[in-house]
Each structure stands twice: as structure tokens, then as C-alpha cells.
Design a protein around this ligand. Structure first.
Ligand code: PHE
Length: 352
């Protein structure tokens, strides 16, 4: 074996043993680098005759090519091994079942609200939305609620910044302020800015106003945030009889129970006269026989009709305020109101 063959086989062995690309490059330097063995041999040729240069040069070149071939082969082998390892590390088992995106659904109370809107919509009621931060005027004063009414006290109502010292802003305690807001808009549209109380002709006001309401209250049947849905029908001949018909029809449709019984129990609200609490009674099912309160209601008080900008000698009607949370509990048999607002998916997913 001549010196060149020895160098070639030593290079091949060194490359084959290099375990990483970095170590392979180090090994390469020992043969082909600036001071590598092959490079040194080339430098040594300067002293040879022209004739010897030819033969020796050709031999060195062959050796160099053999070393380069071994180097490239090893480079490729290391790269292949690396790719293989990476693929293995990132291995995908395509036979595993797919991970599905969780399926969302409407909140049970939202379902109730949609149902309420749909049923009243079919009876010709519009749907109105109003602010949750209210003024003292819309929440109390315009609704004929006197300054010393207990609902105005700190332990019943959440007051917020804004308004004046005597009339601070608050989180609405019911949806009744929407009676005034909606009626005033309606009257403005048909009466213009005539001023005074409107006694001309206009289309009836028939509206529901669902939304969030707030009271300082918390137990199994009360949450500081809860929902209400207001109803208002104002015309020239709208009577308590219409209230009874509309609300009975609504409840029977909502609960899909033609035999549902309603009771209008005399009550008091500053903004209605006469006033009634509405109770329902199922004739079958787990709640059969019990009276369950679902709404407050009454003929709109003349002072309130005035605050709507209407002449109470001509315009009259009824209002009601019901609790969609309560309706949802009754419909689905839920016994703790707080479950609706805890955000526990295990509870909520039952309503998908
Ligand atoms: N706003 C009353 C309440 O929250 C309910 C109600 C509405 C009563 C409309 C009469 C008329 O208790």
C-alpha cells in the first residue's frame, strides 16, 4: 500500500466513525483543510521535476477525489439519519380518533329569551333594547315611584358614578324604564315635537323589552344580576282583559301546556293601577298543583302615561314584567338560579 492509499483508507475510517456532522467536518479538515495531509502533499510537489509532477499530481488528485467521495457519502448518511430521527420524534398516529372542537350552544336563558321574543313577535309585539346603567328618572321617578320607596334604598339598588347627588345613576333594577324610553320614542315619531300631552292618533305601542337587571340580592332563587322581560301595550281601548288574554296565551304557548292555569293576584306597584302578581299552575308534571309566581303586571298608571308624553284621558294600556330566569328554571326543572351564571360547562352543555 503506498502512502496515498494509506491516507485514503485512514480518511474513510475517520469519516465512517464521525458520529455528528460537526465531527465529520473536523475530520475533513485533517485531510483536506489548509494544513490537512492532502494539502501538505500538494505543497510538497513544488520540489519535483515536471515529469514527476504529472504522475504524482494525478495520483494525489485521485486520492483527493476518493476522500471527497467518502466525505460526501458520510455527509448524506448523517443527514438522512437526522431526518429519520426527527420524523420518528414527530411521529403522527393517523389511526387515532380526531380531536373535535367543542360544540357550543345557546345559554338556556338565551333560549328562553328567543322563545319569548318569538311568541310575542307572533302577537305583533316589537322588541326593544335599553341601557343597563339607568338614570334615577327612568328607573324610578318617571315610573311614579316616590322618593321614599324602599326600592330606592342602598341595600336594594346598585348605585354607580354619575348623575347628581339627589338622583345618582344606577344599574336598572327592572326593565320597566323601557316602558318610558320606548313610549317616548314612539310618541315622538308620531306626534313630532308638538309639546304637551299627545291626544292625537297614532299606531298602538306594543313592545317587549328583555334584558339584564340588577339588585342587591343573592340566594338559590336570587342573583345580583338577573333577567327581566318587560311588556307594554298602549292604545285607546286596551284593558285588563287583554292583559289576561295575552299573558295566558303566552304562558300556555311557552310551556306547551294548553291546560296551564293562571291566577292574577291583587298586588301593588307604583307604576300600575290596578296591579296584579301573575302565578301559574301546572296541571301535570312534577310541579303540578303548586302556584308559581312568574310576573308582575297591571294597568299603566295615568302618571306614567303622562310621563310617556300621552294624554291618559285617551291612552290606556297594560304592562307586565316577567322573569325569564324563573321561566327557564320551570321549563327545564332547574332548582338553583345560580347555576345559570356560574359558567360551568358541565351544566350548560346539557342544554345544547
Ligand atoms: N317592574 C316590576 C318588578 O320588577 C314588575 C312589573 C312590571 C310590574 C310592569 C308591573 C308592570 O317587580
Amino acid at each position: 500500500m503506498n502512502d496515498l492509499d494509506t491516507i485514503v483508507s485512514s480518511a474513510q475510517a475517520a469519516f465512517a466513525q464521525a458520529p455528528t456532522p460537526a465531527e465529520l467536518e473536523n475530520a475533513k479538515a485533517r485531510y483536506l483543510g489548509k494544513t490537512g495531509q492532502i494539502t501538505e502533499l500538494m505543497k510538497g510537489m513544488a520540489a519535483l521535476s515536471v515529469e514527476d509532477k504529472k504522475t504524482r499530481g494525478a495520483a494525489i488528485n485521485l486520492a483527493k477525489q476518493a476522500i471527497e467521495a467518502a466525505l460526501n457519502a458520510r455527509r448524506q448518511a448523517l443527514a438522512d439519519a437526522e431526518l429519520q430521527a426527527q420524523l420518528q420524534a414527530e411521529a403522527l398516529d393517523v389511526t387515532l380518533p380526531g380531536r373535535q372542537r367543542g360544540q357550543g350552544g345557546l345559554h338556556p336563558v338565551s333560549r328562553t329569551l328567543e322563545r319569548i321574543e318569538q311568541i310575542f313577535g307572533s302577537m305583533g309585539f316589537d322588541v326593544a333594547q335599553g341601557p343597563e346603567i339607568e338614570t334615577d328618572w327612568f328607573n324610578f321617578t318617571a315610573l311614579n315611584t316616590p322618593q321614599d320607596h324602599p326600592a330606592r334604598s342602598m341595600h336594594d339598588t346598585f348605585y354607580v358614578e354619575g348623575g347628581s347627588a339627589e338622583a345618582p345613576n344606577l344599574l336598572r333594577t327592572h326593565t320597566s324604564p323601557m316602558q318610558i324610553r320606548h313610549a317616548v320614542q314612539h310618541v315622538k315619531r308620531y306626534a313630532g315635537n308638538a309639546g304637551g300631552l299627545f291626544a292625537g292618533d297614532m299606531p298602538e305601542i306594543r313592545v317587549i323589552a328583555p334584558g339584564r337587571t340588577y339588585r342587591v340580592d343573592s340566594d338559590a332563587t336570587h342573583s345580583p344580576m338577573f333577567h327581566q322581560c318587560e311588556g307594554l301595550w298602549i292604545g285607546t281601548e286596551v284593558s285588563f282583559k287583554d292583559l289576561k288574554f295575552v299573558f295566558t296565551d303566552f304562558c300556555r304557548t311557552f310551556f306547551e301546556d294548553e291546560n296551564l292555569v293562571l291566577r292574577f293576584r291583587p298586588s301593588f306597584f307604583p307604576f300600575t293601577e290596578p296591579s296584579a302578581e301573575i302565578d301559574i299552575q301546572f296541571t301535570s308534571g312534577p310541579l303540578a298543583g303548586r302556584w308559581l309566581e312568574v310576573a308582575g303586571s297591571g294597568q299603566v298608571h295615568p302618571n306614567v302615561v303622562r310621563n310617556m308624553g300621552l294624554d291618559p284621558e285617551k291612552y290606556i294600556g297594560f304592562a307586565f314584567g316577567m322573569g325569564p330566569d324563573r321561566l327557564t328554571m320551570l321549563r327545564y326543572g332547574v332548582n338553583d338560579l345560580r347555576l345559570f351564571f356560574d359558567g360551568d360547562v358541565r351544566f350548560l352543555s346539557q342544554f345544547r
